[in-house]
Design a protein around this ligand. Structure first.
Ligand SMILES: NC(=O)c1ccc[n+]([C@@H]2O[C@H](COP(=O)([O-])OP(=O)(O)OC[C@H]3O[C@@H](n4cnc5c(N)ncnc54)[C@H](OP(=O)(O)O)[C@@H]3O)[C@@H](O)[C@H]2O)c1
Length: 217
């Protein structure tokens, strides 16, 4: 996809990989709608980008706010060409130690908010015959001791991605999961790779993304 002028919604754009992705998308000429809770961080990134961006304060732990987010971005920009489901919360603790509230929040942010955004936005992309949905996954989605809630939420997100691809992939929408590797961010302070590199790779995948109906070149 040629990103010039395309509207890209990036969740969790206030730090780490989401921030880097938003900046890279803007460098390609995209209009970037950035969602997160921390206003100051979003404002600083918007300033760095210049005119072609908007910020959307949103707690993705709240389903009503997620739907409002989609509607706000659509109202402001008219359409959304690229959805990057990047925001996530890492809940640590062995399964027996994870309390219901943390589990609920983890699944709301990591799975239910992408589910709702996909449900609202993918049909609009399919109706136009073009769009990209990228969701951040992890190598530990198959299971990791002490990270059961996070891993299970990402495994379910991968499943959502597979189903969405079957539903809209033949209608011009490219749908994929992206594992950034081990990246040094607030979520992974010991990570080895830079968020800038991870964001650049993700944006390259978005540019190269093909829907099921596009011929492979
Ligand atoms: N770092 C790694 O090594 C690694 C490896 C594999 C996958 N990933 C995935 O990469 C993605 C980005 O992670 P990161 O490493 O860049 O972490 P990060 O720097 O901690 O960023 C997480 C982002 O999610 C947002 N967020 C969290 N809870 C939110 C909520 N309730 N509502 C709205 N936004 C919320 C945060 O914004 P606010 O706090 O401002 O709301 C922040 O912008 C995640 O999906 C993660 O699972 C990371």
């Amino acid at each position: 996809m040629d990103l010039k002028g395309k509207v890209c919604l990036v969740t969790g754009a206030s730090s780490g990989i989401g921030r880097a992705t938003a900046l890279q998308l803007a460098q390609r000429g995209a209009v970037v709608a950035m969602a997160a809770r921390r206003e100051q961080q979003l404002r600083e990134i918007a300033e760095e980008i210049g005119g072609q961006s908007s910020i959307h304060l949103c707690d993705l732990g709240d389903a009503a706010s997620v739907l409002d987010l989609a509607d706000d971005v659509l109202a402001l920009h008219g359409q959304i060409d690229v959805l990057v489901n990047n925001a996530a919360e890492l809940v640590a603790g062995e399964i027996s130690a994870v309390d219901l509230e943390s589990l609920d929040r983890c699944f709301q942010i990591n799975l239910l908010s992408p589910f709702l955004l996909c449900g609202r936005l993918a049909p609009l992309m399919a109706a136009r015959g073009e769009g990209v949905v990228a969701s951040l996954t992890t190598a530990i989605a198959s299971g990791r001791r002490g990270l059961g809630a996070y891993a299970a939420s990402k495994a379910a997100l991968d499943s959502l991605t597979q189903t969405l691809r079957q539903e809209v992939g033949g209608k011009g929408v490219a749908v994929f999961s992206y594992d950034p590797g081990w990246v040094q961010t607030a979520m992974a302070p010991d990570g080895k790779e830079s968020p800038d590199d991870a964001g650049a790779r993700l944006v390259a995948h978005i540019e190269a993304a093909k829907s099921a109906r596009q011929p492979l070149t």
